[in-house]
Design a binder for this molecule. Structure first.
Ligand SMILES: [Zn+2]
Length: 336
């Protein structure tokens, strides 16, 4: 199964911005993420761009066709040796005279020097918000990832360059994304952790299908949460009923030991016997069995409880055998 990240990339790699400024910005970030500059004879430059995503490789080629002013590109596929590894696609621009101008245009070179290490302040291609969004889309295509929405919320842009990570972080903040930045082994990670922010970022990249999948999964999550809360509440109620029945049975056992069930007044005896016969019945079920109202049954159970309490108190006082009534006014037991 393709990862959600590659689904998103497949969706947005096919889209082309209408404005030239945005195509340039997207391309600049894409190359900044995944390209290495190569050097050729006669002070010429070339570019090697690698990606695991075929659609992204195709996008780089079509962007180069628009932006590249006639630079010659080739594509090579490196098949994965191991089963779990993905294929690698290499888009290669052999060193040639025109590349320097292209790299200048993309802000990857400045005054004849390669500029992959630090970004110039106020990069011309990042002055407008439309271009900033396009730049972030390029960065995602080149080195981004996002969790499937059913999993925990996480979207990230990964680069080995701190300066570039810092630039991406600043751009995201400027567009009101609550982005964080951290390092992981030898790379820097700019990330989003909130569901809303990730949905917004996907929307900004025009990944409409992904946004929809995200919303559906989020709704499901919410419904599942509500169901769980209901089930938990139901379980708590059941537990309460079981606990109450347990207390009632303890009272009845106490009275059985002290005087015997048969010695209880008829209504209490009937109630005790019904509870023993139906230890798990809810109060309303027990009331129905005894043809009594629920408050009526509660009243009887309270009487049983008070009676049991008075016997327990007696036992604690050591008055075994002497059935003196407690001060609680427990129902009298007709022993005759
Ligand atoms: Zn623009």
């Amino acid at each position: 199964m393709a990862s959600f990240a590659s689904e998103v990339k497949n969706e947005i790699a096919r889209l082309m911005y209408e404005n030239a400024c945005d195509r340039t910005a997207e391309m600049a970030a894409l190359l900044r993420m995944g390209a290495a500059i190569t050097f050729g004879a006669g002070h010429t430059f070339g570019v090697n761009f690698t990606t695991e995503n075929a659609a992204v490789a195709r996008k780089v080629i079509s962007l180069l066709r628009e932006e590249g002013a006639g630079v010659h590109t080739e594509i090579a596929t490196r098949r994965a040796r191991r089963l779990k590894k993905n294929n690698n696609y290499l888009v290669r621009i052999a060193p040639q005279p025109r590349v320097a101008a292209l790299l200048e245009h993309l802000g990857l070179m400045h005054e004849g020097r390669v500029n992959l290490g630090q970004e110039r302040k106020g990069l011309a291609i990042l002055r407008k918000n439309c271009c900033r969004a396009a730049y972030l889309r390029g960065a995602f295509l080149g080195g981004g990832s996002v969790n499937r929405p059913e999993a925990s919320y996480h979207l990230e842009l990964v680069t080995p360059s701190y300066a570039f990570a810092d630039l991406l972080h600043t751009l995201m903040r400027r567009l009101d994304f609550p982005a964080g930045i951290t390092d992981r082994r030898d790379v820097y990670v700019v990330y989003l952790k909130e569901g809303d922010a990730i949905a917004d970022f996907l929307g900004m990249m025009q990944a409409d299908k992904a946004v929809e999948a995200f919303e559906v999964a989020r709704n499901l999550k919410e419904v599942r949460g509500q169901v769980n809360r209901l089930v938990n509440c139901e379980t708590a109620n059941l537990q309460k009923a079981v606990d109450a029945a347990g207390r009632q049975l303890a009272d009845i056992r106490c009275l059985a030991d002290a005087v015997g069930i048969r010695e209880l007044p008829p209504l209490l005896r009937e109630t005790a016997e019904a509870r023993i016969a139906h230890p798990e019945a809810a109060l309303s079920e027990l009331a129905a069995l005894l043809c009594v109202s629920k408050p009526g049954l509660q009243h009887r159970l309270q009487k049983l409880h008070a009676l049991a309490c008075s016997y327990r108190a007696e036992e604690e006082l050591g008055g075994a055998g002497e059935k003196a009534r407690g001060a609680s006014g427990a129902a009298s037991v007709d022993r005759g």
